[in-house]
Design a protein around this ligand. Structure first.
Ligand code: YEM
Ligand code: CA
Ligand code: ZN
Length: 433
C-alpha cells in the first residue's frame, strides 16, 4: 500500500522567513455582477481584501493594482476573434451576436454582464503582472485572488470563466522559467489550463478534483498528456466528502513526488475555495486548515510562487480562507477572532476565522486512494527527470526599456532565486512552450 493516512498536524510558519509577497488587487473588481442568482460573486474578492487589510497584512506585503491585460496580451493564448467578441458584446447588443454567443459559449453559466471584458482584463492583468514580477526577481510570492479562472478555453468561455488568466500568467513565467508546475485545488478539474499545456513538458499540470457526474466531466486518472506532454499532466479524481487528513495524505505525497521528478523553477497554485466544506457547489469536506495546508506545503519548497483564486461559492468562507492563506504566505498565523471589517455582518453568528467541516461521509476509501497514488507515481516515474529546454535570450519587457537604473538595481539582487532565473533565460525561438 503506498497510500498512508497521515495525522493532521497543526499548521506552522517560520516568522524569520522573509519572502517578499506582492499582492494584486483592483478595487473595481467587486462591482462586477454575473446577475441575480448566479453563484459566482466577484464581491467575495472585495470581502477577502477587507479582511486582509483589517488584519494588518498590508504591513507585511506590497500591494499593487495591476494594469488591466490588453487585447494583445489576452491574444497570447486566446484567439483574436474570441477576444474581439468579448470586447464588443454587452447585455444591450447581445441580440446582434446570436451566432457568436453559441460559438463562444456565453449563456447561463457564462452570461454577458455589464463590464465582462473589463472584469476579465483585471483578472488577467493581475496574473500577468504577478508573473512578470516573479520573473524579474522583484518578489518571491505573487497573489491575485481575482485570477484562477481555470475553465476558460482558447476560444470559448466556460464554467463562469471568460479569460484564462492562469494560462496567460504561465506563458509569462515560461519566458524565464524552464519548467512551471501548475497545481489546482479547486473542487473542479482545471481543464482549461490542462488543455493549454497538454502537449508540452514545459508545464506540468496537476489537478485535484471531484470526478464523476460533476462539471466539467474531464480529469480522469488516465489523462496524462499527449506527445511531448505525455506524463506531464496529473489528475487526482476524488469522491465526495474528502476531509482534511485524507486530502493531506493524498496532496503531500503527490506534490512531493512531482517536486522530486519535475523540479519546477516556478509554481502556480490555484486556490479555488469551492473545495471547502459547505460550499454552495462543491461536495468536499475541507476545513480552512485542510485547504490552507496545501498553500503552506507548496510554499515550503521555497520556489517562486504565484497564488491565484478560482471558484468558491459560499462567499464568507472563501474570504476567510483566502485571508488566512494570505497570512500564511506572509508567515503569520492570524488571530481566530475576526477584526471589524466592511462586511462584518457576513461572518455571524460566530465572527471567527474558521470554516468547520461537517459530519458528511467520506466516500474516498483507502483502497481507492491507494489505486490513485500508485497510478500517479508510476506515471511520474516515466517522465524524463527535470527536462531541460534550449536556452535563448528573452526579448526585453517593453516596460523595462530605458529603465536602466531599475535594471542595475535588479542585477545586484541575488536573493529569492532571481539570479538563477536570469541565468536561465529560456524563451525558445518563435514559441512560448
Ligand atoms: O454543470 C454545468 C452546466 C450543465 N452543463 C450544460 C454545463 N455548469 C456548472 C459550471 C460550474 C463552474 C464552476 C454549474 N453551473 N454548476 C452550477 C451551475 C449554476 C449556474 C447558474 C447560472 C445562473 C448554478 O448552480 C446552482 N446556478 C446558476 C444560477 C444562475
Ligand atoms: Ca482542481
Ligand atoms: Zn470550481
Amino acid at each position: 500500500m503506498v497510500y498512508e493516512a497521515k495525522p493532521f498536524d497543526p499548521i506552522t510558519v517560520n516568522p524569520r522567513d522573509k519572502r517578499r509577497v506582492a499582492y494584486f488587487y483592483d478595487a473595481d473588481v467587486g462591482n462586477y455582477n454575473y446577475g441575480a442568482g448566479h453563484p459566482m460573486k466577484p464581491h467575495r474578492i472585495r470581502m477577502t481584501h477587507s479582511l486582509i487589510m483589517n488584519y494588518g497584512l498590508y504591513k507585511k506585503m506590497e500591494i499593487y493594482r495591476a494594469k488591466p491585460a490588453t487585447k494583445q496580451e489576452m491574444c497570447q493564448f486566446h484567439t483574436d476573434e474570441y477576444i474581439d467578441f468579448l470586447s464588443r458584446v454587452t447585455p444591450d447588443n447581445l441580440d446582434m451576436f446570436k451566432k457568436e454567443s453559441v460559438k463562444f459559449n456565453v449563456g447561463d453559466d457564462t452570461p454577458v454582464f455589464d463590464g465582462v471584458y473589463e472584469y476579465s482584463s483585471i483578472s488577467g492583468g493581475g496574473s500577468m503582472e504577478g508573473a512578470a514580477r516573479l520573473n524579474r526577481g522583484k518578489c518571491d510570492v505573487a497573489i491575485n485572488y481575482a485570477g484562477g479562472l481555470h475553465h476558460a478555453k482558447k476560444s470559448e468561455a466556460s464554467g463562469f470563466c471568460y479569460l484564462n488568466d492562469i494560462v496567460l500568467g504561465i506563458i509569462e513565467l515560461l519566458r524565464y522559467h524552464p519548467r512551471v508546475l501548475y497545481i489546482d485545488i479547486d473542487v473542479h478539474h482545471g481543464d482549461g489550463v490542462e488543455e493549454a499545456f497538454y502537449t508540452t513538458d514545459r508545464v506540468m499540470t496537476c489537478s485535484f478534483h471531484k470526478y464523476g457526474e460533476f462539471f466539467p466531466g474531464t480529469g480522469e486518472l488516465r489523462d496524462i498528456g499527449v506527445g511531448k506532454g505525455k506524463h506531464y499532466a496529473v489528475n487526482v479524481p476524488l469522491r465526495d466528502g474528502i476531509d482534511d487528513a485524507t486530502y493531506k495524505s493524498v496532496f503531500e505525497p503527490v506534490i512531493s513526488k512531482i517536486m522530486e521528478w519535475y523540479q519546477p523553477s516556478a509554481v502556480v497554485l490555484q486556490c479555488g475555495g469551492d473545495s471547502l466544506s459547505g460550499d454552495r457547489l462543491g461536495c468536499f469536506n475541507l476545513s480552512i486548515r485542510g485547504h490552507a495546508n496545501c498553500v503552506n506545503y507548496v510554499k515550503s519548497f521555497g520556489i517562486p510562487m504565484m497564488v491565484v483564486g478560482g471558484g468558491g461559492y459560499t462567499m464568507r468562507n472563501v474570504a476567510r480562507t483566502w485571508c488566512f492563506e494570505t497570512g500564511l504566505l506572509n508567515n503569520v498565523i492570524l488571530d481566530p477572532e475576526l477584526p471589524y471589517n466592511d462586511y462584518y455582518e457576513y461572518y455571524g453568528p460566530d465572527y471567527k476565522l474558521d470554516v468547520r467541516p461537517s459530519n458528511m461521509f467520506n466516500v474516498n476509501s483507502p483502497e481507492y486512494l491507494d489505486k490513485i497514488l500508485q497510478s500517479v507515481f508510476t506515471n511520474l516515474e516515466r517522465t524524463k527527470y527535470a527536462p531541460s529546454v534550449q536556452l535563448n535570450s528573452v526579448p526585453k519587457d517593453p516596460e523595462d526599456l530605458g529603465d536602466v537604473e531599475e535594471d542595475e538595481q535588479e542585477a545586484k539582487d541575488t536573493k529569492g532565486g532571481s539570479q538563477y532565473a536570469r541565468d536561465q533565460i529560456v524563451e525558445p525561438n518563435n514559441e512560448f512552450y
